[in-house]
Design a protein around this ligand. Structure first.
Ligand code: NAD
Length: 314
């Protein structure tokens, strides 16, 4: 496979994530077949991809949008999409039954050498691949939105996923500009959403108990923790925050962190009352009609940031 031209990729589901994956693989030179069960999603797919490519071009992230879009073919035929594919990236709704049915079809139709990956955010692939003849070629490849801008991909093998499949998938994502990590054993929510959940649950708790407003929580991340997080993770952060490095930090502050963890130990569901209050506040700041504009703004700023960070790394 190594010396050959980039192999064909089937992207199954042309929603937010599927369209972004199509861009990622086509940008990496792979011919992409983009399939969706919905006629509307198929009809809108290329137009929405074109808009994203225009933005990427304007931010200097890509040189030739036309070449990328020329590599993407939308199809209503799943079997045709999978024909000759080396990798299939499922990106349909987050529904275990739907994924189970689709993986059955994909396993029956895809050529034997084709990896079957799922973009699922929370569901370990063993929940929908166990009964498949080709279960050794199934795994999770979870991105964060928008994957054509943010490079992380969490690879999560099921207990029966072939180690060689994980390795091949890691190589594939790295070769198209992704930053793959491997989650060694299955766990719900994998790593990214478990970290996100810890933060969100604490944010809900602090607001519910009246310690702080939602707006000020957002400021704390945006103007505080998030600034560093664009550059480095939590371990590097604490390593740089004590003169003697991580060990020094742990000796100085570890007991405090443990005390806070104790106070955070008893999780609560997000209450309907709190959700309504938070939603009300958000809607005052941003009416739903303004969502698309703000999302476009976010993606644009993320592209500029990505470009900036990439230039620095090069
Ligand atoms: N949106 C995010 O932030 C995000 C981030 C990472 C991962 N994910 C995961 O990616 C997957 C897709 O999420 P999304 O945000 O793109 O959703 P979406 O609703 O935007 O897109 C889903 C698409 O799948 C199509 N679809 C549904 N069932 C199908 C089927 N059986 N066969 C073919 N097409 C089908 C729908 O028509 C739709 O176009 C989910 O598993 C989600 O958890 C989402």
């Amino acid at each position: 496979v190594s010396s050959a031209r980039p192999g064909k990729v089937a992207v199954v589901g042309a929603g937010l994530i599927g369209r972004a994956w199509a861009i990622v693989f086509a940008r990496g030179g792979h011919p992409v077949a983009l399939y969706d069960a919905s006629a509307t999603a198929r009809a809108q797919g290329l137009g929405l991809i074109q808009l994203a490519l225009d933005e990427m071009f304007a931010c200097g992230l890509i040189a030739d949008p036309a070449a990328i879009i020329a590599g993407i073919a939308v199809t209503e035929d799943l079997d045709a999409a999978l024909r000759d594919a080396v990798h299939a990236q499922e990106s349909i709704s987050e529904d275990v039954e739907a994924k189970r049915a689709l993986f059955e079809r994909m396993d029956a139709s895809a050529p034997p050498g084709c990896v079957l990956a799922s973009s699922s955010s929370f569901i370990p692939s063993s929940r929908f691949s166990e009964h498949l003849a080709g279960r050794a070629r199934c795994l999770i490849a979870h991105p964060v939105n928008p994957p054509h801008v943010i490079p992380i991909v969490e690879l999560v093998p099921a207990p029966w996923t072939d180690a060689e499949i994980v390795e091949r998938t890691r190589t594939l994502f790295a070769s198209v500009g992704g930053v793959p990590i491997v989650v060694r054993r299955e766990i719900e929510g994998f790593v990214l959403n478990r970290l996100q959940a810890a933060l969100l649950n604490e944010a809900f708790r602090l607001v519910e108990d009246g310690y702080v407003s939602a707006e000020d929580v957002d400021k704390t991340i945006r103007a505080g923790l998030g600034r560093r997080w664009a550059l480095m993770g939590p371990f590097e952060t604490i390593d740089l925050n004590a003169p003697g490095g991580l060990g020094d930090y742990a000796r100085r502050y570890g007991a405090w962190m443990f005390e806070l963890a104790r106070q955070q130990a008893h999780p609560r569901p997000w209450s309907e009352r709190l959700i309504a209050a938070l939603d009300g506040e958000r809607r005052k700041i941003l009416p739903l009609s303004e969502h698309p504009r703000r999302q476009a703004w976010r993606d644009r700023r993320l592209m500029e940031l990505t470009k900036n960070l990439r230039d620095e790394e090069e």
